[in-house]
Design a protein around this ligand. Structure first.
Ligand SMILES: *[C@@H]1O[C@H](CO)[C@@H](O)[C@H](O)[C@H]1NC(C)=O
Ligand SMILES: *[C@@H]1O[C@H](CO)[C@@H](O)[C@H](O)[C@H]1NC(C)=O
Ligand SMILES: *[C@@H]1O[C@H](CO)[C@@H](O)[C@H](O)[C@H]1NC(C)=O
Ligand SMILES: *[C@@H]1O[C@H](CO)[C@@H](O)[C@H](O)[C@H]1NC(C)=O
Length: 505
């Protein structure tokens, strides 16, 4: 049982594959093959609604709890209060419907005015709507090899090797909410004893002191969905080893939070946005929101752009929310859709949609007028899930106990394709930035896709809050401590290369 892959489907990064052999082998957040989507949805509407009901109940409870216990917010108490935050999107595919409609409210009670004021300050021009996939493909190297570009070593290719020392922090980390704590819910600690070994060099173990020295006086935000938050939570635990952070803002839904490390004058934020661009839930015939979105490719989401001018480092990530029927808009017209089957609309495919949102985001950053000239944007590449034998809603699970071997990965998986698209868009942005001269904004990559494709053992799986346990596994997010900490090792390494700590005294 503990032996690798015994009796399991041979191609783990491809949860759909194992099901019926129909899958393209792509890790899909929302499972299922595109054509079957609507069928799947119909079949699961009942159970989804039930699930939503459960989620929203937790949600209400947690809001009540957090608003009560937030009044005096010492960090530990604050995170305790958030422990119940149901974050609908914990269960991939639930779509966060439970709280999507919520406005950014203020659990702490006293930061709202300041937040509002800041939020009006940004004025960000729209991304170009002119370019097509073809143009982009022609403008960029067409195969996804390694990333060279000024980086001293390609960290994206390598393997996981045993690391007896284990993680830098333990699951007792004070900022880690109970419901995100795999160990407390029975996860085997085996997944902790691995480290990423890049092919041509070493990736140093995370040093909280070095990180905090490098970011002294800076503001860093993770921008994206629940996986962006996953990285923020990881960094928070890593840095807590050197300095206890203070939570200074929380929206109460675990979507927008701000932490301060006063001794190092460092601010860490997370900002929720599913697509970088403006999107609204599609309203169904009965008047209630459906899992689909109308996605406006020519308008950036204010969820993150309004705070962009404050930032020194922006770590953006995305892609997961495209694996469902979504509609793309441009210039006020519906121009296509993904995972859809509409007679008069063409399915442009998830990679195209991901390319366009990535482009919108990097162009938005490149053109941001009020932003700092030294702003560094990192794009964290696509993070795959590992559902096997189904998906989140029909008994899919992930109970492997060790990383996959290289040979078990599928180079044709959807994750790999999305990574390629994201790399191309970052390269494109660099060219544009170089051509534009001045500006000086940097575009960097946290290329984690391959490493994470191997970590079928690193998800919470069934080890989630028992209140969720309706035979649901979380094979999308990453346990903390766990492989997600490597994302922050990459981040640290790159930040210190860009701005050597000497400058930080
Ligand atoms: C994973 O779960 C399946 C189904 O319950 C079981 O057959 C298999 O033995 C489990 N594998 C491990 C490594 O626990
Ligand atoms: C838009 O694309 C067309 C053809 O691809 C090109 O001729 C034109 O200059 C582009 N316009 C802008 C504003 O980039
Ligand atoms: C922006 O944030 C709100 C508030 O949490 C959320 O409901 C919405 O889905 C987000 N939208 C986009 C496009 O980022
Ligand atoms: C496309 O079809 C939908 C219904 O399937 C309809 O509501 C919409 O108006 C049609 N759009 C065009 C451009 O024909």
């Amino acid at each position: 049982m503990k032996k690798p892959a015994a009796g399991m489907a041979p191609l783990p990064p491809s949860p759909t594959k194992s099901k019926a052999g129909t899958g393209s082998g792509s890790p899909r957040l929302l499972h299922s093959v595109s054509g079957e989507w609507s069928v799947v949805v119909r079949r699961n509407v009942k159970s989804s609604l039930l699930l939503l009901l459960v989620l929203s109940t937790f949600f209400v409870v947690s809001v009540l709890r957090s608003s009560r216990s937030f009044a005096p917010p010492p960090p530990a108490a604050a995170s305790e209060a958030q422990a119940l935050t149901p974050q609908g999107e914990t269960v991939p595919g639930d779509d966060g419907r439970g709280d999507d409609q919520e406005q950014i409210s203020d659990a702490a009670g006293n930061n709202v005015a300041a937040e509002r004021e800041r939020s009006s300050s940004a004025d960000i021009s729209l991304p170009s709507t002119n370019s097509s996939t073809e143009a982009a493909a022609a403008a960029a190297p067409s195969h996804a090899g390694s990333v060279d570009m000024e980086e001293k070593c390609d960290m994206s290719m390598g393997k996981w090797v045993r690391e007896p020392k284990g993680a830098v922090y333990t699951h007792m980390c004070a900022t880690l909410a109970e419901y995100k704590n795999c160990q407390k819910h029975g996860k085997d600690p085996g997944h902790l004893y691995w480290r990423w070994q890049p092919d041509g060099c070493d990736l140093p173990r995370f040093s909280p002191e070095r990180f905090l020295a490098a970011v002294r006086g800076k503001r860093l935000a993770f921008i994206g969905d629940s996986l962006a938050r996953n990285q923020m939570d990881s960094l928070l635990c890593l840095l807590s080893q050197a300095e206890t952070p203070m939570e200074v803002y929380a929206d109460g839904h675990d979507k927008f939070r701000t932490w301060r490390f006063p001794e190092h004058d460092f601010t860490l934020m997370v900002m929720w946005t599913e697509f970088f661009v403006h999107a609204e839930p599609v309203v169904g015939a009965e008047g209630e929101p459906t899992p689909s979105f109308d996605i406006h490719l020519d308008r950036l989401s204010a969820n993150w752009t309004r705070r962009l001018p404050e930032l020194d480092y922006a770590v953006i990530s995305g892609g997961n929310w495209f694996f469902r029927p979504n509609y793309l808009w441009e210039g006020g017209r519906r121009v296509g859709c993904v995972k859809c089957s509409e007679a008069n609309l063409s399915d442009v495919g998830v990679p195209y949609a991901v390319r366009r949102e990535a482009r919108a985001a990097v162009e938005g950053i490149a053109r941001c007028r009020g932003c700092r000239s030294g702003l560094v944007a990192f794009l964290r590449t696509y993070s795959p899930d590992h559902f096997e034998h189904g998906s989140w809603f029909n008994g899919g699970y992930c109970n492997r106990t060790r990383p996959l071997e290289e040979a078990e990965l599928r180079p044709d998986s959807a994750a790999w394709e999305l990574r390629r698209v994201q790399l191309e868009e970052v390269r494109r942005a660099r060219k544009t930035a170089a051509a534009a001269s001045g500006g000086g904004r940097r575009f960097e990559l946290l290329d984690v896709t391959k490493a994470m494709m191997m970590r079928a053992d690193g998800h919470p799986g069934a080890h989630i809050d028992p209140r969720w346990q309706r035979a649901i596994s979380d094979c999308l997010h990453w346990c903390m401590p766990g492989p997600v900490d490597m994302w922050n090792e990459l981040l640290l390494r790159r930040i210190t290369e860009i701005s050597p700590p000497a400058a930080a005294r």
